[in-house]
Ligand binder design. Structure first.
Ligand SMILES: [Zn+2]
Ligand SMILES: [Zn+2]
Length: 109
């Protein structure tokens, strides 16, 4: 509210647009399912169906991760650009928890 930043994106998403239904925090490496709902990658990996509408997505996820990866790069880009501090903080938290699980990160091309 009342934050006059540079107009980089035409319509920056509101926090509600980029909130994960599982952890109720900002989408981290968002996965957008065939139903159009999104969840963080690590939240998504814990369930085999959409947390919003219960659509079964396990076979879609297997296929998709083989083809081009699960993360919706476009949305992830928007989230990171809109809420860089939140993303940074969450990534740091996660990296602290998942220490030792190296080599599986999605690097920027
Ligand atoms: Zn989440
Ligand atoms: Zn859904």
């Amino acid at each position: 509210m009342g934050r006059a930043g540079p107009a980089a994106a035409p319509r920056p998403p509101s926090m509600d647009d980029v909130r994960c239904p599982v952890c109720a925090d900002i989408l981290l490496e968002p996965v957008t399912m065939p139903c159009g709902h999104s969840a963080c990658l690590h939240c998504f990996e814990r369930s085999s169906c959409c947390p919003r509408c219960r659509l079964r997505v396990s076979s879609w996820a297997r296929k998709r991760s083989r083809e081009k990866g699960l993360v919706n790069a476009e949305l992830w880009d928007v989230v990171r650009r809109s809420y860089p501090e939140k993303c940074q903080r969450r990534l740091e938290q996660r990296d602290g928890q998942a220490a030792g699980e190296g080599g599986r990160l999605y690097s920027d091309s």
